[in-house]
Structure formats: structure tokens, C-alpha cells
Design a protein. Structure first.
Length: 164
């Protein structure tokens, strides 16, 4: 489990760096587009399309990081009213269910990207559409794995409390 945590930590750092770089690129490109259009009556033809794709990447990488930090959207009013053991069980079930659902979404996203690869559509600058959509199966796989790790952590915490 320690190796998995180390890999997950390295992956989290890479994702955080990628979000920072992509968000900075989005801001610079959007600001550049505004200046080019308003001052020079020009613009980067593919700039807006590229910014939209970067939004997709930042959003999905951010979702993955949110799950890592347990900052994702969740409705957790029930555990506040139940005994601690029940709350742990519910949290385990929630994390396990979210992991399974994210796994199904990863498979669907992978099939979607395969479909786009077969279609060989081009977005801009002769770059295929599927290159930008590869973030979908990646993020859902990582999100699924992180939920499964959180479910295993709940089991570990429950067993530690039973020993005490």
C-alpha cells in the first residue's frame, strides 16, 4: 500500500503542475487574443478552440485532484447523525460505489476516444480530435483508483479502531 501511496503522490504532483501550466497557458492565450483583436484587428484562428480544449483538460485534472484531496462535491449529511461505525461503513460504500461508477465512465470514455480515432476528425493544425479527448479516460481511471484507495483506507481505519 505504501508503494501505491508514493505513486499516487507523484501522480498528484504531476497533475497539479499540469493544471498550473495549462491554466497559465489559457490565461495568456485568452489575454493575447483580446489584445490581438482589439489592438491589431487580428487573432489566432485556432486560439478559441484550443482554449476550450484546455478548459476540458483543466476541469478533468482538477476533478482528479479534488478526489485526491477529498474536496469533491459530496452530500454527507447522514454520517453526522449516525454512530461512528455506521458513518465509516457508509463512507466505505460511497467510495466503493463512486469508484465503480468512475470505472464504468472510464470504459465509456475509452470507447468514445476509440470512436473518435476511427473517425479521424481534425480539430485544428492537423491535430486529431482524440488527442484532446484522451484526458477523459485517463481522468476517470485515476478518479476511480483514488476512490478505491479511499475505500481501502476506510477499511484500514475501521480495523485499527477495533484493535484499540
Amino acid at each position: 500500500m505504501r508503494l501505491i501511496r508514493q505513486i499516487e503522490d507523484i501522480l498528484g504532483r504531476i497533475e497539479a503542475l499540469a493544471v498550473t501550466v495549462l491554466l497559465s497557458l489559457m490565461i495568456l492565450l485568452a489575454f493575447g487574443q483580446v489584445i490581438l483583436r482589439n489592438v491589431f484587428n487580428e487573432g489566432i484562428l485556432w486560439g478559441d478552440i484550443f482554449i476550450r480544449q484546455l478548459v476540458l483538460w483543466v476541469g478533468f485534472l482538477g476533478a482528479s485532484l479534488a478526489v485526491r484531496e477529498s474536496k469533491h462535491i459530496s452530500i454527507d449529511f447522514l454520517p453526522h447523525f449516525l454512530p461512528r461505525t455506521w458513518a465509516q461503513l457508509i463512507q466505505f460504500i460511497v467510495n466503493l460505489s463512486a469508484g465503480i461508477i468512475s470505472g464504468f465512465l472510464a470504459v465509456a470514455a475509452y470507447r468514445f476516444v476509440q470512436f473518435e480515432m476511427e473517425g479521424s476528425a481534425i480539430l485544428f493544425l492537423d491535430i486529431p480530435v482524440w488527442i484532446f479527448q484522451i484526458i477523459l479516460p485517463y481522468s476517470f481511471c485515476v478518479i476511480s483508483a483514488r476512490f478505491f484507495i479511499k475505500a481501502l483506507d476506510e477499511i484500514g481505519r475501521a480495523s485499527c479502531r477495533e484493535r484499540v
